[in-house]
Design a protein around this ligand. Structure first.
Ligand code: ZN
Length: 300
């Protein structure tokens, strides 16, 4: 009897493992074939040299969780132009979504999720001056804050997407896309190019990356001679970038189907950018690195 139970449990685990792997085959095939051209530093540097660029930038952390690999924050980046307009890169999560996101992480040894309020709440009146929003990729921990921002605005901001982020979806980004579909903000697609300027926001550039998701996108901006590069989830922290540490194999295979050859190439490319004078690369979840790099917390 016990043998029978053990065998059927083992069989169940094996069959579900095979089904899970089979279900992720199309997504893994797709991401292996997304390798957009990367610009070198000289080209990025020249493109960032724009009149009328932004004045300042800050971050708003919506939630944080202590994990075995360090602090995992869920921030939005706020960029200010001289005419008072603001742009957001990623939108973090409202408290309920952040708690739900953190629960499975606790099973893997992470601490409880601490929440600090949705981006629209932390922005206060400044939410009205947000005129553009973009995402490093369409995972719900980056997009869930969007609907709240759009409804709080008297005139909704435009959501900008790189062509690959708009066209190439998988079962992980379709969940994050739901927040864009729920939001009342209109959407625009950037022009097809290696370096994609965001129209109306001089000095803000996008570069398609792939690797983590088909639509993973880098955003770069220069403020007072210093270049800030937001690399999304190519790595979860700055140390993994600087020391060339890949994510665990089970994460890149079963949790989020990644192109691990591409993420390795991107780590080397981003490390090289980070080594340039007056350039700081910041992974999306590394709020500790953001504070250490001198990025200030948002206050009106
Ligand atoms: Zn993320």
């Amino acid at each position: 009897m016990i043998r029978k139970v053990v065998l059927s449990v083992l069989g169940f685990v094996l069959v579900s493992g095979v089904i899970l792997l089979a279900a992720t085959v199309p997504a893994r095939w797709q991401i292996q074939h997304i390798n957009p051209q990367l610009p070198d530093w000289t080209a990025l540097d020249a493109a960032l040299h724009q009149p009328g660029g932004p004045l300042s930038l800050a971050y708003i952390n919506t939630a944080s969780q202590a994990t075995t690999l360090g602090e995992l924050g869920h921030p939005a980046i706020v960029i200010d132009w001289p005419d008072g307009r603001r742009f957001l890169i990623d939108t973090g999560m409202p408290p309920a979504e952040a708690q739900a996101f953190g629960e499975p992480m606790e099973l893997l040894g992470a601490g409880p999720t601490r929440t600090f309020g949705a981006v629209d709440v932390q922005l206060g009146n400044a939410v009205q001056s947000v005129k553009g929003i973009a995402f490093t990729h369409l995972h719900s921990d980056h997009t869930a804050g969007l609907p709240g921002i759009c409804v709080a605005q008297s005139q909704a901001a435009t959501v900008y997407q790189a062509p690959l982020q708009q066209k190439e979806l998988n079962y992980t980004t379709e969940i994050g896309l739901a927040a864009l579909d729920d939001a009342v903000c209109p959407r625009a697609v950037l022009g097809e190019d290696v370096i994609m300027p965001v129209p109306g926001f001089p000095g803000l550039l996008a570069v398609s990356l792939g690797g983590h998701t088909p639509g993973s996108t880098l955003y770069a901006v220069r403020v007072a001679g210093k270049t800030w590069i937001f690399s999304g989830d190519i790595t979860n922290d700055l140390r993994s970038l600087q020391e060339d540490i890949p994510k665990p194999w089970w994460y890149s295979t079963l949790v989020v189907p990644e192109n691990v050859g591409r993420t390795a190439e991107l780590r080397a490319w981003l490390k090289n950018l980070d080594a340039q004078p007056e350039v700081t690369v910041l992974p999306a979840h590394d709020v500790v690195a953001m504070a250490a790099a001198g990025l200030r917390g948002f206050d009106e």
